[in-house]
Design a protein around this ligand. Structure first.
Ligand code: NAP
Length: 303
């Protein structure tokens, strides 16, 4: 099946292009980007031209930032194409509900991806937790924004989500592995004095679940979820790729596929089955944190 990849930037180059090159299901047939291109692939600078010129391309994968993504998704769905969304799936919850309605009306697939859910140890962690009683859980998601988003000012603009751009990856894992849902009760958000979105966040959920997101961590990076249960401790480390049980490394990780190849394989399944997959649970937590969060002004931030 042919795919057009939209927004040829960091994640498109790092992950989407290699995943598509190795995919048995998909052929990268066109790109849409105002300046980015992929060698040997037909390049368009606007979505309308691509949709008009290439009716043979049945799927559009959107790897551009969340705020501009809606208009591209709307155009592709209206043209009867299947659509795959990078995370977070949009700038607001309502616009994703609108896309769900549009996909259903046109009989095409809409897939809101959560790449971290495809990390190697997430499925085994979910299976281990499924019959446990959780007494406490804590997320530590601390990374260096200058390393992972060099010069990307959009993350600090309205809709860019700030530290929730990586933090929503942790929330996508949490909402996947917990046997019962939790909801946010309190949040503290640290906003640089010159920016529109938080650079750090501390969250408190029901069920004794807490989270600490920080984008100012230099040196070793931390992407851990630690969970205590009445039947022992579990930790997911390295962004969901390493499972520890009672402090010991555990076998049983899914070593079949990396995150982005797994997303494209899932998209192929959804298209073949005529289904959509849109789980907004991680984004509900972010929206709630923005609604309920106490605002703390902190130091200026510049790249
Ligand atoms: P990026 O490099 O800043 O943006 C991707 C491309 O989107 C840009 O190169 C640009 O291409 C296009 N674009 C940017 N702003 C636009 C606008 N206002 N209108 C139209 N096109 C625009 O961002 P990224 O890091 O790849 O992130 C994109 C998405 O992937 C985000 O949702 C992010 O959360 C997700 N993601 C990122 C990472 C990561 O490590 N960076 C990891 C996983 C997921 P043109 O200028 O050529 O149009």
């Amino acid at each position: 099946m042919k795919v057009a990849l939209v927004g040829i930037g960091k994640i498109a180059v790092d992950q989407h292009v290699p995943a598509l090159a190795a995919s048995p299901d998909w052929e990268l047939a066109a790109t849409v980007s105002r300046s980015g291109t992929v060698d040997g692939v037909e390049a368009f600078t606007d979505i309308a031209s691509m949709l008009a010129a290439r009716p043979d391309i049945g799927m559009v994968s959107l790897a551009l930032p969340p705020v501009p993504r809606y208009a591209y998704a709307q155009a592709a769905l209206r043209a009867g194409r299947h659509v795959m969304l990078e995370k977070p799936p949009g700038a607001t919850l309502a616009e994703i509900h609108a896309l769900q309605d549009l996909a259903a009306a046109h009989g095409v697939t809409l897939y809101a991806t959560w790449h971290s859910r495809m990390a190697h140890a997430v499925a085994p962690a979910k299976a281990w937790l499924s019959d446990k009683t959780i007494t406490r859980a804590h997320i530590t998601w601390r990374e260096d924004v200058r390393k992972w988003h060099p010069g990307q000012d959009w993350v600090f603009e309205p809709g860019g989500m700030g530290v929730f751009d990586p933090g929503i990856n942790a929330l996508s894992i949490l909402t996947e592995i917990l046997p019962a849902p939790v909801h946010l009760q309190a949040a503290e958000l640290e906003f640089p004095a010159n920016r529109q979105t938080p650079i750090a966040a501390r969250l408190t959920f029901t069920g004794n679940v807490t989270a600490d997101f920080d984008w100012r961590q230099t040196g070793p990076q931390t992407w851990d979820i630690e969970i205590e249960t009445t039947a022992g401790r579990m930790a997911l480390r390295m962004g969901g790729n390493v499972l520890e049980l009672d402090g010991q490394p555990s076998q049983g990780e899914n070593t079949i596929m990396d995150e982005y190849p797994a997303l494209y394989a899932r998209m192929a399944d959804l298209v073949v089955q005529g289904q959509s997959e849109v789980d907004l649970a991680p984004m509900v937590h972010v929206a709630d944190a923005m609604t309920l969060g106490k605002r703390i002004v902190t130091d200026h931030f510049n790249f």
